[in-house]
Design a protein around this ligand. Structure first.
Ligand code: FES
Length: 128
């Protein structure tokens, strides 16, 4: 229906940024959506505490794809601490809002990103 999605959402859905997989990722985060059963995975490359590369793979819907795409743009080049402060809400806002029925989809992206950072931190702590 017209007006349900913002132009930004449609743009990120039609041309998602940073789609794919990082084979030798430093951190991987995966979350499943309890509401729909869809899965989201985020891969990170980290250097000197900075996110050097980030990619995502999702089996989610259009809103999940758009929010994932947006979250990768928001955290690219950021420190891990700054990336951890990027919330689901911030991602939805950066997209100009999401329809209420689609808010649960947007939770996947930031959650998976946070998990990937935690995964990296865990591995890093062990290595030291
Ligand atoms: Fe599953 Fe949107 S319906 S992620």
């Amino acid at each position: 229906a017209e007006g349900v999605y913002t132009e930004k959402v449609m743009d990120h859905f039609a041309n998602p940024r940073n789609v794919g997989e990082i084979k030798d990722a430093d951190g991987v985060g995966e979350v499943g959506n309890a509401k729909c059963g869809d899965i989201m995975r985020i891969y990170l490359k980290v250097e000197d505490n900075i996110i050097k590369d980030v990619k995502f793979k999702t089996f989610g819907c259009g809103a999940a794809i758009a929010t994932s795409s947006m979250v990768t743009e928001m955290v690219m080049g950021k420190t891990l601490e700054d990336a951890l402060t990027v919330t689901n809400q911030a991602v939805a806002e950066a997209l100009g809002g999401l329809p209420p029925v689609k808010m649960h989809c947007s939770n996947l992206a930031a959650d998976a990103m946070h998990k990937a950072i935690q995964d990296y931190m865990k591995k890093h702590a062990k290595a030291e």
